[in-house]
Design a binder for this molecule. Sequence first.
Ligand code: ADP
Ligand code: AMP
Length: 229
Amino acid sequence: MAGRCHVVLIGPQGSGKGTQAARIAPRLGLVHVATGDLFRQLMTRDDELAREVRSYYDRGVLVPDDVTLRVLLQRLDELERETSDSFRGALLDGYPRNRAQAEALDEVLRDRGDEIAAVVHLVVPRAVLIERLSGRLICPQCGATYHVRFSPPKTPGRCDHCGSALVQRSDDTPEAIARRLETYEQQTEPLLEYYRARGLVVDIDGNQPIEVVTEAIYAALEPHVGDPV
Ligand code: ADP
Ligand code: AMP
């Protein structure tokens, strides 16, 4: 089936992309596709590609564009094959992250007859980002995201959904956080102009309680994407 509408989520590390995507995607009938999650899953393997990805990931450096695009396309193809009729579009979290990736995405979507319905930009001050990233915990099993203070699990250290032991991400170290935020400012933030010129960007204040941000995103996207049929 052609003509899917995808949504791109852009925001610095810690702005709440993963948290919000998990809440919004089901409400809009979109599938949450996060390249960071795909890499974390891939790194559980013991092979050459997993080792290559880890060498970038742990330092907080972008994985090369060709590897990232291949991993993303594999996931989109899988969704098309497995859920063809129900797959209305992806909520892209963490892709694109630089100009080359944005152009590659345009080309891929053009070939498929798909389009970007909107780009959600989450705005959060830097000091808040660092506080959030320093206390972030994730479930290595199902990918759910928590925060020791702002969004704690019901049982300390255990995932609410699957009961697995929560961990800190290997790239949530002070050095990697600083490097990732710098890369965001230099390479990812300029993409907002690329998409603004096409009238696609909606700016959302991400420095509000999680539920409030979710409703703001939903209200902004609903006219573009519509409810699932
Ligand atoms: P991103 O995917 O953009 O890197 P996350 O969704 O992983 O960001 O969120 C980063 C951290 O901040 C997590 O620990 C999450 O629980 C917490 N968080 C997310 N949104 C909010 C919010 N609105 N208020 C407080 N903490 C938040
Ligand atoms: P995230 O979970 O989005 O914070 O991503 C974690 C890490 O995965 C990043 O610091 C990169 O090393 C890698 N990564 C995720 N998405 C991309 C991307 N689009 N391009 C290159 N590397 C990526």
